[in-house]
Design a protein around this ligand. Structure first.
Ligand SMILES: NC(=O)c1ccc[n+]([C@@H]2O[C@H](COP(=O)([O-])OP(=O)(O)OC[C@H]3O[C@@H](n4cnc5c(N)ncnc54)[C@H](OP(=O)(O)O)[C@@H]3O)[C@@H](O)[C@H]2O)c1
Length: 433
């Protein structure tokens, strides 16, 4: 019997994802070894505190290290998995690994959105791989689909539900009509939402993932700070009621489209989507990406966007791919050149065209509805449906528009919000799908 080949792995981080990787490597050891033709062996685990009492999984205490640089540079480490999160220390770890000629796996979307260009350029120059399946949609293999499955196709647009916490909160609000803050508190108690949920509910996490997907789909690096990003925190149960009356549900979306003139449209916001649209059924903490591509047409990718084992599965599958690359290169295969990125302008938000849901809180007086409609019409915003709810306090006027230019809608709303008969700023939710 021959001794199986082994590939040395350093895990940086032993939290939910790192712990999941240790568990999956143990639980699926035989299948992984059979598929790779080698054993993935964890030889060092970087943590902040070696003596932390409660760990997600039990590991040999001797594997735990706090000097990440030393672990990364060890001769018996070939793959470094960055699973510590954050940006500054994660960037240092990944750049150190690349400089040391190690292959890299990361689950860190914030890192890739902010420093992706630097990291991929360094990896290209060093001739190493950086894999990142877990960084978007956790266990859903959307990166592999875009990089390999659709390699001969051309993505035209995609719509995604990529933040499980936001989707959980909106889905629960839809089911129960309880207020946002109550559901967020429950989600935190249940461990679905971070103690500081700002990145999740504010849309920042989704914007990071959108950047990663846009780079793959459209070959350009967006500045994440320039992506129009709205969180879900301004959605109220009453909006879900009106949405349902019009045949919609509210979903937290990322949207990107390559326009024929080269501009990239990219945005993050909750949207009304038709109740019979595919993404309308993506509920709870689940994730999905709906891709429109030239040759395949529409296709949908759905599953667990977070969680210990789903995310670890993506990390370990990346390690298997990288292991295969290591063997192929040892046998003389050349590393394929990475994609060349091109700068592409972003479509200004004012030029985005969409249908809109608008809710106005106004005084109960004759002529108010007509005033609102006149101002919208004067700004080329034409109305598809109107509902007036005189029981609401203040009186609600809810409008669904035909497709309009965002800049025109905003100009109309500025004028309307300044009217003395208006009691609260207009609520605006784009309609998609
Ligand atoms: N959780 C998910 O479902 C999920 C899904 C997709 C992607 N991700 C991404 O995966 C990454 C890890 O997430 P996670 O949920 O596993 O995080 P986590 O549970 O907070 O674990 C982080 C781990 O990293 C260690 N660590 C953090 N900073 C460190 C430093 N400077 N030096 C050494 N060790 C350090 C911590 O050490 P101690 O244990 O000693 O504190 C801990 O073991 C993040 O980028 C996250 O965005 C997570």
């Amino acid at each position: 019997m021959t001794t199986p080949r082994t590939i040395g792995v350093a895990l940086l981080g032993l939290g939910n994802v790192g712990g999941g990787v240790v568990k999956l490597l143990a639980d699926n050891a035989a299948a992984i070894e059979a598929r790779l033709g080698a054993r993935l062996e964890v030889r060092a685990i970087g943590v902040r505190d070696r003596d932390k009492k409660q760990r997600v999984v039990e590991v040999d205490h001797d594997l735990l290290v706090t000097d990440l640089d030393a672990a990364i540079k060890r001769d018996d480490i070939e793959i470094v998995c960055e699973l510590i999160g954050g940006v500054t220390e994660a960037r240092h770890a990944v750049m150190t690994a690349i400089a040391a000629g190690k292959q890299v796996v990361t689950a860190n979307k914030a890192l890739l959105a902010i420093h992706g260009t630097e990291i991929f350029a360094a990896a290209e120059a060093a001739g190493v791989d950086v894999y990142y399946e877990a960084a978007v949609c956790g266990g859903v293999p959307i990166i592999r689909v875009l990089r390999e499955g659709l390699a001969s196709d051309r993505v035209e647009a995609f719509w995604g539900i990529v933040n499980g916490t936001s989707n959980y909160i909106l889905s629960t609000m839809t089911e129960t009509r309880r207020p946002f803050a109550d559901i967020l508190a429950d989600a935190q108690a249940l461990g679905y939402a971070e103690a500081d949920p700002a990145l999740d509910i504010g849309g920042g996490d989704a914007a990071h993932k959108l950047c990663v997907l846009v780079r793959l789909c459209f070959g350009t690096a967006l500045d994440v700070t320039e992506i129009p990003t709205d969180g879900i925190d301004r959605i109220e149960p009453i909006d879900l009621d009106y949405a349902a009356k019009f045949g919609f549900v509210v979903k937290p979306l990322v949207i990107a489209r390559a326009h024929p003139d080269g501009q990239i449209e990219a945005r993050v916001h909750p949207a009304l989507v038709p109740a019979n649209w595919l993404l309308a059924d993506v509920a709870g903490a689940k994730n999905a990406v709906y891709v429109q591509s030239y040759a395949l047409g529409p296709s949908l990718y759905y599953g667990a966007g977070a969680g210990m084992l789903p995310t670890a599965m993506s990390v370990v599958s990346d390690c298997i791919d990288i292991g295969r690359n290591i063997f192929a290169r040892a046998a003389g295969a050349k590393r394929p050149a990475g994609p060349v990125l091109e700068p592409r302008p972003m479509l200004p938000l004012a030029e985005v065209r969409s249908k809109y849901y608008l809710r106005f809180g106004v005084v109960d007086a004759p002529g108010v509805l007509g005033r609102l409609m006149t101002i919208l019409g004067a700004h080329s915003v034409s109305i598809a449906q109107v509902v007036q709810d005189a029981e609401a306090k203040p009186v609600s006027v809810v409008v669904v528009t035909h497709e309009a230019r965002e800049g025109d809608v905003r100009a109309a709303l500025t004028e309307i919000d300044a009217l003395p008969v208006v009691r609260e700023p207009a609520r605006v939710i784009r309609i998609v799908g």
